[in-house]
Design a protein around this ligand. Structure first.
Ligand code: ADP
Ligand code: S3P
Ligand code: MG
Length: 177
């Protein structure tokens, strides 16, 4: 791609979407470093704004309240200035949030098979949707419902096995950067 077209990719925020454990937060941070752009994790922003963890928000106010806060936070983050934004796995499922991302950002769907995700979510057991349930079963169900919606993103990248930098490289290639 010509340099001008490639750099226009960076005029808008890059937004990572995909299932829990695929690497949006960790890979997003490294991608931002590599591009010299700010990095923001939407879940962390929500936690800071609420003064509570995601689990506490779900337990105290319920998922619909969280989704509304998530939509408002992402709307604020997509302010046009170039940056890398990692979303939580459910953000792109909200019609308004998705419309906003597709309209004002470059959405990158990071995908991995369910067995890889199960292995990765084991490392941090704070995700409320996985509490008290078999993660494999939940992730299989979510993949079935969500993957066709994630597929609306213009860019699709398979998460590579460690090191994370291989995934960063795959994203840069897909973005022609
Ligand atoms: N490409 C990768 N290879 C190996 N482990 C990874 C990779 N990407 C992410 N991980 C690991 O998987 C776990 C979940 O990653 P995280 O960034 O929190 O995912 P998400 O934000 O999509 O839920 C973390 O322990 C992270 O280090
Ligand atoms: O898939 C989801 O609905 C969720 C994913 C989580 O973020 P990660 O995808 O970063 O784990 C977090 O937003 C919340 O637990 C809900
Ligand atoms: Mg995350």
């Amino acid at each position: 791609m010509p340099a001008a077209a490639a750099s226009s990719r960076l005029d808008r925020p890059i937004v990572l979407i995909g299932l829990m454990g695929v690497g949006k937060t960790t890979v997003g941070r490294r991608l931002a470093q590599r591009l010299g752009l700010p990095f923001v994790d939407a879940d962390e922003e929500i936690e800071t704004a609420a003064g509570m963890s995601i689990s506490e928000i779900f337990a105290t106010f319920g998922e619909p309240y969280f989704r509304d806060g998530e939509r408002r936070v992402i709307a604020r983050l997509i302010d046009g200035s170039p940056k890398v934004i990692a979303t939580g796995g459910g953000a792109f499922m909200n019609d308004k949030t998705r419309a906003l991302i597709l309209d004002r950002a470059t959405a990158v769907w990071l995908e991995a098979d369910v067995e890889t995700l199960v292995d990765r979510v084991r490392r941090r057991n704070t995700r409320p949707l996985l509490q008290g349930r078999d993660p494999r079963e939940v992730l299989r169900e979510l993949a079935k419902v969500r993957n066709p919606v994630y597929a609306l993103a213009p860019i699709h990248v398979r998460s590579q096995p460690s090191p994370h930098d291989a995934t960063v490289k795959a994203i840069l290639k897909a973005l022609s950067l």
